[in-house]
Ligand binder design. Structure first.
Ligand code: KG4
Ligand code: ZN
Length: 330
């Protein structure tokens, strides 16, 4: 079964082709709008939608070509329908519905966060239960995953997402957008001392990042060196998230963990997770680097898993796009 996965939830136009039976990604292409939004220091929804509109059919054609299939070979279309920027989501959703409708094939809407949660298991097989830490530009949360569609939220950020904090700190220092990769690179070259930043207060497994941002602003005003500020911020933010994950493991006793989303590409986070894995005898699953940021493969993978679980029943073409919705059960 050839599955197409489409994601236009934010600023990347992503299309992938996944072979369900072979459990193999045949192609996964991403057209980044990074250059377009950089001048604004963040993503402008209306501009993102127009860029998706320009790119979607080109990326779709290329993804099919790379997978060596034609439109008539597609058996299922899967598309992110929530959460995300509404005008951006609508482009991918409408495009996907159009393909499915014209070809008389099923179509499945996919929740973007659920797609991230399963991204470490692409081309593998998830074993349940596991803890899912999602660290992206829009979300930061820890949930228990009992099975596909059965989730219990343990904690989440009460204000900014961790990726958003990276982006805002980079913006304050004029380092460009997105901030995560730039800050991470500076961190890797830094070998000085770290400043002690205040640990944000949030109960239990909940998190908070807005205080860290304020602390960084103060350091900038007080003239601390840029590299020192950036490195101290990354260290504090990552140590904080890892500490919360440790707490979630202690609370639940679950030792299998998926860590996903754009920030899961972070070098220091990966290093700390490796240490935690060894020390606490955990099994931590991270996505391949190409599946850390938004991509179509994770959408196709989860869309396919849900399609199989629903015994081959697709969604209605009346399915709409939503800026935010909880994940539905199966
Ligand atoms: O998952 P993603 O591509 O999009 C959302 O669903 O939000 O995540 C994007 C976020 C951005 O905030 C970006 O700065 C951050 O991931 N990011 C990183 C790194 N690479 C991307 N943050 C820290 N370290 C990185 N290496
Ligand atoms: Zn994402």
């Amino acid at each position: 079964m050839k599955v197409v996965g489409i994601d236009t939830s934010c600023d990347d136009t992503a299309v992938a082709v996944f072979d369900g039976e072979k459990n193999k990604v045949l192609s996964s292409l991403i057209s980044s709008q990074y250059e377009v939004h950089r001048v604004y220091g963040g993503v402008v929804p209306e501009i993102a939608a127009r860029e998706h509109l320009k790119n979607i059919d080109i990326i779709f054609d290329r993804a099919l070509k790379k997978a060596e299939i034609s439109v008539s070979d597609i058996d299922l279309v899967t598309v992110t329908y929530t959460p995300g920027l509404l005008p951006a989501l609508l482009v991918g959703l409408t495009f996907g519905k159009g393909i499915a409708f014209a070809r008389y094939i099923p179509f499945k809407g996919v929740h973007h966060i659920e797609a991230h949660m399963f991204s470490p298991f692409i081309e593998k097989k998830p074993e349940f239960p596991f803890l899912a830490l999602v660290v992206s530009g829009g979300h930061t949360m820890i949930s228990v995953v009992r099975s596909l569609g059965n989730y219990k939220l343990l904690g989440k950020t009460l204000d900014d997402a961790v990726g958003e904090a990276f982006d805002k700190v980079a913006k304050m220092l004029g380092l460009g957008y997105p901030g995560g990769p730039v800050i991470d690179k500076m961190f890797q070259y830094y070998d000085g001392d770290y400043l002690v930043l205040p640990r944000p207060q949030a109960r239990g497994v909940n998190m908070s990042f807005s205080g860290l941002k304020t602390a960084v602003r103060r350091l900038i005003e007080n003239g601390y060196p840029e590299e020192m500020i950036v490195a101290s911020f990354q260290k504090t933010a990552v140590d904080y998230v890892v500490g919360k994950l440790k707490k979630a493991v202690r609370e639940t006793g679950i030792k299998r963990i998926s860590v996903s989303g754009g920030v899961s590409a972070n070098s220091y986070l990966r290093k700390k997770l490796k240490e935690l894995e060894e020390k606490e005898h955990l099994e931590i699953f991270l996505p391949e680097m190409k599946y850390t940021a938004d991509n179509g493969a994770m959408v196709a993978y989860v869309g396919y898993l849900r399609f199989v679980k629903a015994e081959g029943i697709g969604d209605s073409f009346t399915l709409n796009a939503y800026p935010s919705l909880p994940i539905t059960g199966v």
